[in-house]
Design a protein around this ligand. Structure first.
Ligand code: HDE
Length: 716
């Protein structure tokens, strides 16, 4: 008999209030979806065992294939439908699992469960990406990198969908489709792939002065990080953290890589497009397989509510940073990425991030870019993942229990029991129930921000300064970084066909950042620049700070040689003892020595021993290595010196500012390659011990920066 509708529903407490995750919760949760074919029969999707997977059913051995062949049809049909739409932006990505652990200071800023207990590890899944290119594009293109983290917390998923640059191209989300149309490959011929060096991008950004600051970041070496472990991450917008007392503070989120920050050299990044288009994803994959995990510190810049208007920019403007010297980054936790996905499609491709996925203790601000994102991500998953049940895909499911009255649609997995899919109900005991509002109860309650405004389609005048922080960034770069930025603008604009777009950038935008930057780029394009900044004073703005050293990549160089790859160049006749000694020394520092020979055939060492190469010269070229060392053994060194590939190897390493070392006779290869010995970063000595000490000291600085002005002289 039906329940009496007049009795009070859901007496009793929900039994999932005290749900607790562990570091392994997500992996354990995924386990029930993992499938291992080892030891199993081959079957159709409906379970029938297949006797012949090589021949379709035919009317006679040489006859037509029969419609009856359900095995053939099912297989082809599934195959024909394998692809889903790629992400409209950030299509190319690579991801890893890991955990987040708060420090003991985190709880004071936010009541979010994941920050409460310094011992607690919350599982995470992080996807890194480029923005412009399609799924199959190259890893090392000049572009922003996405850095999206899904925290599987006790209280549901929190997605921090961040980038490796702290500002954005536009101030209002309504301009996002325009921006993306401009940066994507051009619509008539779908060229160029993975690049901003084309007319539509420069046309748009030169007509949108608000993009200047972010474009400058993308013209810096930050646009092609050496490794995902070597880049910072930024939440970009100002968010809110809400503490246990309900107090709100403004915050900017930061990921600081523990391995330091460093990037590739532009020429090297371009060469990698051909030599190893998977460079970044391969390095992350191999490092995690080797137990060399990726580690980041999580930090926040905190601004008290009452200080909201104390800055010379608007905290809600996503084209602005808060200089770290003004508000330091407080570390509040650490993240370790320590497990590769089992299946790229199921995890990396199907993961659906959304800045609107927050948990109690984290809240939004009115940043108009963030507000637009709160709509866009859910909307895009509908198309990409085929409807609203993408939340049920294993990688997207929270690990905490999820019950609500949302029902049906395509590919529904959950089998909801009971008759009542509405609330309130008295048929199913009133379950699931709301969490009554009160901070200690743990339901999400939007921060009660006071609003008193007219409904307008407008932009705040406080968003009007488009240049002062671009100037701040420029002022904060080292000389080498500035030269790279000048070269980047010069290169990019050389690809722009329409002269008036080049002129607009050089005459109307660049001088507002810095007159010398404009002059240098103008010189390279034969364009004269004005003697004074052309923008109106309100657009030029005024930064109270002249420079911010934290904005230089050099501010956080790695500091050790952990995870670095060093090429040990060998041929027949090499000194095997030295090869062994070099490898051991590198290993002791956490670095990796790769033995590289003219071919994959084992090398016959001078002492008759056999040395097995890890790779050959053109299989693992200098662009995928961090440094080169040439051991002794005159026969070996002569063979390498006579080989075009051998000489090219060291020349190219020289061009890309890498440390090059030679033990004893090894020097002859450097001479043959016309690499100038006797300058910084060219390390020669008689013993492995002495050479190694020099090599280590040079590699710690990532590159031999003093060589930078000479790099263009090298024809490699
Ligand atoms: Fe995104 N962005 N975005 N974005 N974004 C997407 O969502 C969007 C912005 C970011 O690895 C899309 O699932 C709008 C800023 C990352 O799966 C889409 C605006 C930042 C990723 C979308 C922005 C980001 C995306 C495409 C301006 C840094 C990849 C596929 C208002 C804070 C996540 C998808 C992954 C992906 C919209 C600007 C980061 C279309 C409308 C600023 C890391 O929803």
């Amino acid at each position: 008999m039906a329940n009496n509708p007049h009795t009070t529903p859901n007496s009793g407490k929900p039994n999932d209030t005290n749900f607790k995750t562990t570091e392994h919760s997500k992996s354990e949760h995924l386990e029930k979806y993992r499938s291992d074919a080892k030891g199993h029969d081959l079957r159709t999707n409906h379970g029938t065992r297949i006797a012949d997977n090589h021949n379709s059913l035919k009317a006679g051995e040489r006859g037509a294939t029969l419609l009856e062949d359900f095995i053939f049809r099912e297989k082809l049909n599934h195959f024909d439908n394998e692809r889903i739409p790629e992400r409209i932006v950030h299509a190319r990505g690579a991801a890893a699992h890991g955990y987040f652990q708060p420090y003991d200071n985190a709880a004071q800023y936010s009541k979010a469960g994941l920050f409460q207990d310094a011992g607690k590890k919350t599982p995470v899944f992080v996807r890194f990406s480029t923005v412009q290119g399609s799924r199959g594009s190259n890893d090392t293109v000049r572009d922003v990198r996405g850095f999206a983290t899904k925290f599987y917390t006790d209280e549901g998923n929190w997605d921090l969908v961040a980038n490796n640059m702290p500002v954005f191209f536009i101030q209002d989300a309504i301009k996002f489709p325009d921006f993306v149309h401009a940066v994507k490959p051009e619509p008539h011929n779908e060229i160029p792939q993975g690049q901003s060096a084309h007319d539509t991008f420069w046309d748009f950004v030169s007509l949108m002065p608000e993009s200047t600051h972010m474009v400058l970041w993308t013209m810096s070496d930050r646009a092609f990080p050496r490794h995902y472990r070597n880049m910072e991450g930024f939440g970009v917008h100002t968010f809110r953290l809400i503490d246990k007392q309900g107090k709100s503070r403004f915050v900017k989120f930061h990921w600081k890589p523990l391995a330091g920050t460093c990037s590739l050299i532009w020429d090297e990044a371009q060469k990698l497009w051909g030599r190893d288009p998977d460079f970044n994803r391969r390095m992350m994959w191999e490092d995690i397989e080797n137990g060399d995990y990726l580690e980041y510190e999580f930090g926040i810049q905190v601004v008290e509510e009452e200080d909201e208007h104390k800055f010379d920019f608007d905290l809600l403007d996503p084209t602005k940073i808060i200089p770290e010297e003004q508000v330091p980054v407080t570390p509040i936790g650490k993240m370790v990425l320590n497990r590769n996905p089992d299946n790229f499609f199921a995890e990396t491709e199907q993961v659906a991030f959304n800045p609107a996925h927050v948990v109690p203790g984290i809240d939004f601000t009115n940043d108009p870019l963030l507000q637009g994102r709160l709509f866009s991500y859910l909307d895009t998953q509908m198309l990409r993942l085929g409807g609203p049940n993408f939340n049920e895909l294993p990688i997207n499911q929270p690990v905490c229990p999820v019950h609500n009255n949302q029902r049906d649609s395509m590919h529904r997995q959950t089998i909801n029991k009971g008759q009542a899919s509405y609330e309130p109900n008295s048929i199913d005991g009133g379950w699931p129930t709301e969490t009554p509002a009160a901070p200690e109860n743990g339901g999400f309650e939007t921060y009660h921000e006071r609003i008193d405004a007219r409904k307008v389609r407008a932009r705040s005048p406080s968003f009007g300064d488009h240049y002062s922080q671009a100037t701040l960034f420029w002022n904060s770069q080292t000389d080498v970084e500035r030269e790279h930025i000048i070269a980047a603008y010069t290169f990019e604009l050389s690809k722009v066909q329409r002269p008036w777009i080049r002129e607009r950038v050089i005459k109307e935008i660049l001088p507002n950042i810095d007159l010398e930057l404009a002059r240098r780029v103008g010189e390279n394009h034969g364009i004269e620049v004005p003697m004074q900044k052309p923008a109106a004073p309100e657009e030029l703005g005024k930064s109270s700070q002249l420079d911010s050293p934290a904005l230089s990549l050099m501010a956080r160089l790695p500091g050790d040689i952990k995870y670095r790859k060093v090429a040990i160049l060998v041929a027949d006749g090499v000194d095997a003892g030295q090869v062994e000694a070099i490898k051991k020394k590198l290993e002791a520092e956490g670095a990796r020595g790769m033995v590289i020979a003219p071919s994959m055939a084992p090398v016959k060492a001078a002492d008759g021993k056999s040395v097995v190469p890890d790779a050959m010269l053109n299989g693992m070229p200098s662009v995928v290595m961090d440094a080169v060392i040439v051991p002794g053994g005159s026969e070996s060194v002569n063979a390498l010196a006579q080989s075009g590939q051998g000489r090219y190897y060291v020349q190219e390493a020289y061009k890309h500012l890498k440390a090059i070392a030679a033990v004893g006779e090894g020097r002859a290869l450097l001479d043959a390659a016309a690499v100038p010995t006797g300058e910084e970063g060219i390390l020669l000595d008689a013993t492995v011990d002495d050479v190694f000490t020099l090599l280590r000291d040079a590699m710690i600085k990532h590159r031999v920066w003093a060589r930078d002005p000479k790099a263009n002289d090298v024809p490699a």
